[in-house]
Design a protein. Structure first.
Length: 125
């Protein structure tokens, strides 16, 4: 399944994983919300509960999207965060992996945006 993520004027397609967390996200779409920046991660609270599963982890890949249960937040990782050890994206604590942005390095354009952005997520038909 594919979703469209719009952040300010930038649009990205993402492939969602086949896991319970991704299914819970898909049930809640469409969503619009604000996101804040923490290193090379944007995160924003969404009105959706996604439960932590066996695949939760704190080290992600560039372009990976996830849900952070303590903040009820949707996250997009595009580089190191203040918790990183080196260049890997690292969440503040375990997150539920939801999918991956398609298209590789295009996600790095998020580095040009400011400390807060507007975001929306919808299912691609």
């Amino acid at each position: 399944m594919k979703i469209k993520i719009t952040i300010n004027q930038l649009e990205f397609e993402a492939t969602v994983y086949e896991n319970e967390g991704a299914a819970q996200l898909l049930e809640s779409l469409p969503l619009s919300f604000s996101m804040s920046r923490w290193g090379d991660e944007y995160y924003g609270s969404i009105p959706t509960e996604i439960y932590e599963g066996d695949d939760s982890r704190d080290v992600l890949e560039i372009g990976e999207i996830a849900f952070w249960p303590p903040g009820n937040a949707f996250c997009i990782f595009f580089g190191p965060t203040p918790m990183s050890e080196g260049s890997e994206p690292r969440a503040a604590s375990d997150v539920v992996p939801l999918g991956m942005i398609d298209g590789g390095d295009g996600i790095l354009s998020l580095r040009d945006l400011g400390p807060s952005v507007k975001a929306s997520i919808s299912v691609i038909d």
